[in-house]
Design a protein around this ligand. Structure first.
Ligand code: TNX
Length: 482
């Protein structure tokens, strides 16, 4: 049994002896990639040697082979990993594939015991993802998680070959990103659920985080949630409210009470400043403009917000993303909608949006919301979407979540985690692990190659590596942990 998550397209274990790796030397097309690969190997407990004369060291060769993928596609994620005859060789069409190969290699390493060297089983892996969009959405408002925690989340997401980390940066309780044209927003950064001190990302912090993620082929997607979930903004700017009076700070967990007013002359300049600065700060092609849970607005006014926000994002050359409620507005071809709540009566509207060219990111609450409690007794999390045990986050099929949606309108899959009840990194990770691996496998692995028993066994076998990385996980009884 090979503890690979997500399970690859093709895995052939051979009878050849495992390759013993007392140390490795990394031969990669560029030094930055070599460093990242070395990081993976070292995380598996294998020393990396720069000494070419070191006779113990096995060479890990990473080779870019344009013939291995479609012509020149930087986004081609395919890779091959061969471990045999004392050699480890990865080939891919693009650097991202080589890094995927290194992540697979890290999962394959069997640590040595009692002073013996580690070993890698002889195997040939050919692999490529089902969906290019494989993401995690993270709320850093309800409780603040700073740059160090966010780098750890990038590492975790990347270990499962995810490509997108979407940060929910604004909400009723706080504002978590510097907007240079609106420096006053910083005043709303020092609050969170339950009160207490929190923080925010300066443009410099955000840029550094993006660089860290980009090196690992993870794109950060910023979200400014509007026209609801805006109490942090109306707390700073009284001009955005209906009576001109700034709202009080909020540290509870209710949703749906705050809003912007389309006809207020202060509103459009605010949207233009915030979206403009986010579009200038983000390196990726997407800006998420929220749109969820606006419970106190007529449909027509809401639709005008969708139209305006979408237009501003596009004026900046970016692709807009809305939560599923964006389908209540005039969505354009290429706009992404993130599905989260099974609302039967809206399925027709989702299908109509898809017919108009919108594409869907699947984050169904009852499978992919990793802030849901595992069981009724679980001390952390919410339960409005039900209880989500490991198997619930594994057993689902993205193309059948929305009745009638064309299969080709599914852009991909994101897990999501909201932090109303999560205050520390260990709490956050114990909700992410092991379920994030399940959602990652839904996003990566072809439906016909998924298998719960196999996944549960691979999850159990991954625990030592998670411990070695310092990642807390929930020892669900659905898995026979070692
Ligand atoms: C719904 S999902 C929300 C969030 C909450 C979350 C808690 C979505 C788009 N909105 O505001 O934090 O439920 O699970």
């Amino acid at each position: 049994m090979l503890p690979l998550i997500p399970w690859p397209t093709e895995v052939t274990a051979t009878d050849a002896p495992a390759v013993v790796v007392p140390a490795v030397r990394v031969d990669a097309p560029d030094p930055a990639l070599a460093r990242l690969v070395a990081e993976q190997v070292e995380a598996a407990g294998v020393p990396v040697s720069d000494d070419v004369t070191d006779a113990r060291a096995v060479t890990v060769t990473l080779r870019l082979d344009p013939a291995a993928g479609s012509a020149g596609a930087e986004t081609d994620e395919r890779y091959t990993l061969r471990v045999a005859d004392g050699e480890i060789l990865a080939t891919a069409a693009a650097p991202v594939g080589l890094l995927h190969a290194a992540r697979t290699l890290r999962q394959l390493v069997v640590p040595g015991t009692d002073g013996a060297a580690a070993a890698v089983p002889a195997v040939v892996v050919h692999d490529a993802p089902r969906y290019a969009w494989r993401g995690l959405s993270l709320d850093v408002v309800r409780h603040w998680f700073g740059p160090e925690d966010l780098r750890a989340v990038v590492d975790l997401a990347a270990s499962f070959k995810l490509r997108v980390l979407h940060l929910h940066l604004t909400d009723d309780q706080g504002w978590r990103i510097e907007i240079p044209s609106r420096p006053e927003l910083e005043k709303a950064s020092d609050n969170q659920v339950g009160g207490g001190s929190a923080g925010y990302l300066t443009v410099e912090d955000y840029t550094a985080l993006q660089d860290y993620a980009a090196q690992r082929y993870v794109t950060i997607v910023p979200e400014f949630d509007m026209p609801g979930h805006v109490n942090a903004a109306t707390h700073v700017y009284g001009a955005l409210t209906s009576d001109g009076v700034a709202t009080d700070a909020y540290d509870g967990i209710e949703v749906g009470f705050s809003r912007l007013w389309f006809d207020n002359p202060a509103t459009e300049p605010f949207l233009r400043d915030v979206i403009g600065d986010l579009a200038r700060t983000t390196r990726g092609p997407w800006v998420h403009v929220g749109g969820d849970e606006v419970l106190t607005m007529e449909r027509e006014e809401f639709a005008r917000f969708v139209e305006l926000a979408q237009r501003i994002v596009r004026e900046h050359g970016k692709t807009p993303i809305f939560w599923q409620e964006g389908s209540r507005g005039p969505v354009e071809p290429g706009t992404l909608l993130q599905y989260w709540e099974p609302k039967g009566e809206e399925f027709d509207r989702f299908v109509a949006a898809a017919d108009a060219g919108a594409r869907f990111i699947m984050s169904p609450g009852n499978h992919a919301y990793l802030d849901m409690k595992y069981t009724p007794e679980h001390p952390l999390g919410l339960e409005w979407a039900g209880h989500v045990e490991l198997r619930d986050s594994y057993d689902w099929e993205p193309t059948t979540v929305i009745d009638g949606l064309p299969t080709s309108s599914v852009e991909g899959v994101s897990a999501a985690i909201w932090t109303e009840t999560l205050t520390t990194r260990d709490e956050l990770f114990s909700m992410l692990l092991p379920r994030l691996g399940a959602v990652a496998e839904v996003a990566w692995t072809a439906a016909e190659r998924k298998d719960w028993e196999s996944f549960a066994a691979r999850t159990a076998a991954s625990a030592p590596a998670w411990r070695a990385s310092g990642w807390a996980f929930h020892p669900t009884p659905q898995v026979a942990w070692p």
